[in-house]
Design a protein around this ligand. Structure first.
Ligand code: ZN
Length: 443
């Protein structure tokens, strides 16, 4: 069998189905902010893209936080008075409170009930609950299940362990021609929740696969990071301080598989590459969307946009989190997301990142009169073939407008020459010392 790793197909329907199938494969895994669920998830992604896994030890200080102990839970169940299992982690990974302490005992119903979580307003849904920073144990179940519990003695077991281990995150890096880069992140810490977690993971993975087969087109590198929410973002930022100033723009991908329109929440500073381009691309491509200003509440953009770092990272969602009743419950399942929405989200992000690659500027290092092209081997004799004329024109346009103000995208628009041809011209001019690429931040 030939490997399809890093090979991208452009058929949107097929891509949508593959992303939905990936969500289905990842759905049952009991993920948390640390532990084997995260590793198992990253291992599956490694079958699709070349992904590096990083392990940051428990106890390490990361800004104002500490990398927590590793949590793993092999089994969790409640047995009713008749000995039958009424709640079982094997049926649904939401049944155990994430990060729950271990328990093994017999409790009466009143005592057990203090450790149960359900949603009276949505009696058929299992809620998602976590207890990362409080030592507690608990189960989540449907309100229908909870109401059916008879008085009596319940055998309760949660076979979980908090150990000195590590926090795991994954990273795909696709190098560009400069050290500046675009950062894409998605959280990987939720158990069986499809939109809030798996949709971002699937789109980020297939985004990596798309650009992995187009490395020659990349001016800005693309770094795609799969991290546990909040503590993972904080850890990544603490572990990679040298990267901060190279980030020209980026996106936190989150909740992008549901049927709502794409919603872009701008970065705090509002002037990053993606802040500028995303609204333009959505309008140009006629993609239904909403743009929101930054608020300090939401996903990992909170960390990237904290005032000391102030990175140009926005957040791309569909229906904003908390604004759909299925949010953080078993209603956010594989039927809540669709292949078509995943495919549309991926296509939109691809278009934005393609446009971002054209947002590069050069400086003409011989701007006073035309430089002498002939002695540099850059002058094609008049009457040469059309290809030669085109590459000649591309050289002239690049020299004429590389004033630090115009981007390659601007020059393509003015000249009618493709950005690929302008790019080739730019490379030849850089090689002969006539042009120098400018940093985005300094451009
Ligand atoms: Zn969430």
């Amino acid at each position: 069998m030939t490997s399809t790793k890093n090979v991208s197909t452009d058929d949107p329907a097929a891509l949508g189905s593959k992303m939905h199938a990936l969500c289905a494969q990842l759905y049952p895994i009991c993920r948390s902010i640390t532990g084997n669920g995260v590793r198992q998830t990253l291992d599956i992604l490694s079958d699709i893209v070349d992904l590096e896994q990083y392990e940051i030890p428990s106890g390490k200080k990361v800004f104002d936080w500490t990398v927590p102990k590793e949590w793993n839970c092999d089994d969790a169940y409640i047995e009713g008075p008749d000995g039958r299992r009424v709640v079982d982690l094997k049926d649904h990974s939401l049944h155990v409170v994430s990060y729950s302490t271990a328990v093994d005992g017999v409790f009466d119903l009143a005592t057990l009930d203090r450790h149960l979580h359900s949603l009276p307003d949505q009696p058929a849904a299992i809620p998602y609950r976590t207890s990362y920073y409080d030592e507690a144990w608990g189960f989540c179940l449907t309100d229908e299940q909870r109401r059916a519990l008879e008085p009596g003695e319940y055998r309760v077991r949660i076979d979980s362990r908090h150990t000195d281990g590590s926090l795991t995150y994954g990273e795909v890096f696709l190098p560009g021609r400069t050290d500046e880069e675009i950062l894409i992140t998605t959280h990987i810490c939720h158990p069986s929740l499809a939109n809030d977690n798996l949709s971002g993971i699937a789109v980020a993975t297939f985004l990596a696969r798309h650009f992995a087969s187009r490395l020659a087109d990349l001016h800005y590198g693309i770094r795609i990071v799969f991290i546990p929410g909040t503590i993972g973002a904080i850890t990544w930022l603490a572990e990679n301080p040298e990267r901060h100033s190279n980030i020209v723009g980026g996106l936190v991908l989150s909740g992008i598989g549901d049927s709502g329109p794409l919603t872009y929440k701008k970065s705090r500073r509002g002037d990053g590459l993606i802040d500028k381009l995303l609204p333009e691309v959505m309008l140009r491509e006629n993609i239904a969307h909403e743009i929101k200003d930054y608020i300090p509440y939401g996903y990992d953009e909170r960390q990237f946009c904290s005032p000391g770092l102030n990175l140009p990272m926005g957040c791309l969602m569909r229906t904003p989190f908390g604004e759909y009743p299925e949010y953080h419950s078993s209603g956010d399942n594989l039927d809540f997301i669709s292949a078509a929405q995943l495919s549309e989200s991926l296509a939109a992000v691809v278009k934005v990142l393609e446009a971002a690659q054209l947002e590069r500027r050069y400086e003409n290092l011989q701007p006073d009169c035309e430089p002498q092209l002939g002695r540099r081997g850059l002058y094609a004799a008049i009457g040469g073939d059309n290809d030669q004329k085109q590459s000649q024109m591309a050289i002239l346009w690049m020299l004429a407008y590389s004033d630090g103000r115009h981007t390659v995208g601007d020059i393509a628009g003015m000249s009618g020459i493709s950005s690929a041809d302008l790019d080739l011209a730019a490379q030849r001019l850089v090689d002969t010392g006539l042009l120098a690429p400018l940093r985005y931040a300094g451009g």
